[in-house]
Design a protein around this ligand. Structure first.
Ligand SMILES: [Fe+2]
Length: 324
């Protein structure tokens, strides 16, 4: 619905005097100074922030009657109707000293839990607070799970009865480069800086479809998706865990028709293509698939052109030795 707060307002008794204070002393800049006939529309903003302005408004007709305006002025004079403005400043101590030099009456500097700050009153009783060192949370922070957080397609994994032969084909015909081997059980290949966009798993059952990987934007997305899948009774095959090969943090799950999917985050990029030397991981070594040493369930593969049992993870339609 709403996008931003762009204009706020405070009352001032004299707009020229307000300009002298807010622009001449506090260092704001004039945003708009327009004679609308029925009123002077005067706004100021912090330099560099023209999208967030403050109206310096003189109480009076046509917004309010002369009688009401007199009451507002009376309350302002007593300091009972002051607006409040809170500004951030790079160096509260330096700003404090500069304002004192300009004759502005300022309160003492205070070391607060949220930063160093001090207050002052404008000539009309409005309260102005300046703070430095206040923690600003980076935005946007995604606290929920509006979506899976998929940022891009990650990789495609195929089954092959002979991983070496698959490597030979894909490296010569499609110019894929091998990033890592896992014994004779798997070959991980890249076609761009991503550690692997193609992977081949040894499967005696023959050619088949092993899994599709999607990269998600953050580690939080991996974990939120894992919870979400669990809550929706989706069969988790493996993870959360972390592959020592690509360094990606993953979760594997079974989708419709026994297709296996993977969400992962943090896949390694191989920027210096010429300098990369493929590594050999030993499949039997603990942690060679999941360096967090989590329980591993073999990835369910979908054999190509094969008659298969009904959708049921326990039916073990066809299982690859590894999942990467
Ligand atoms: Fe994978």
């Amino acid at each position: 619905m709403l996008n931003s707060l762009h204009t706020t307002q405070i009352y001032v008794l004299d707009q020229d005097q307000a300009l002298d204070f807010y622009v001449g002393k506090l260092g704001l800049e004039v945003n708009t100074d327009a004679d609308l006939g029925f009123m002077r529309w005067l706004t100021v903003n912090v330099p560099g922030e023209p999208g967030r302005s403050i109206v310096l408004e003189k109480p009076g007709p046509p917004i309010m009657s002369d009688e009401t305006a007199a009451q507002v002025r009376d309350l302002m004079t007593k300091g009972a109707l002051g607006g409040h403005l809170f500004f951030a400043t790079e160096d509260a101590a330096a700003t404090h000293a500069q304002l004192k030099e300009k004759g502005v009456e300022v309160d003492d500097l205070m070391d607060q839990s949220y930063g160093i700050d001090f207050g002052l009153r404008d000539p009309f009783g409005n309260h102005v607070e300046l703070v430095t060192g206040q923690t600003v949370l980076a935005r946007p922070i995604n606290f929920g799970r509006p979506a899976a957080g998929i940022s891009e397609f990650g990789h495609l994994c195929l089954d092959a009865p002979d991983v070496r032969a698959a490597h030979e084909f894909w490296s010569t015909v499609f110019s894929g480069r091998v990033s890592d081997w896992i014994g004779d059980g798997a070959c991980l290949m890249r076609i761009d800086p991503v550690h692997h966009k193609l992977a081949f798993f040894q499967n005696d059952a023959g050619a088949g479809f092993c899994h599709i990987n999607f990269q998600v934007r953050t580690l939080d997305d991996v974990m939120r998706n894992w919870r979400f899948l669990q809550q929706n009774d989706v069969h988790i095959l493996h993870g959360p865990g972390r592959h020592p090969t690509s360094t990606a943090i993953f979760v594997y799950f079974l989708g419709p028709d026994d297709l296996t999917y993977e969400y992962s985050f943090g896949v390694q990029l191989i920027e210096d293509d010429a300098a990369w030397r493929p590594r050999m991981f030993e499949l039997q070594e603990p942690g060679s698939i999941d360096m967090w040493l989590g329980p591993t369930q073999r990835t369910v593969s979908q054999s190509q052109l094969a008659e298969r049992p009904s959708v049921n993870a326990d039916a073990n339609p066809s299982e690859s030795a590894v999942s990467v």
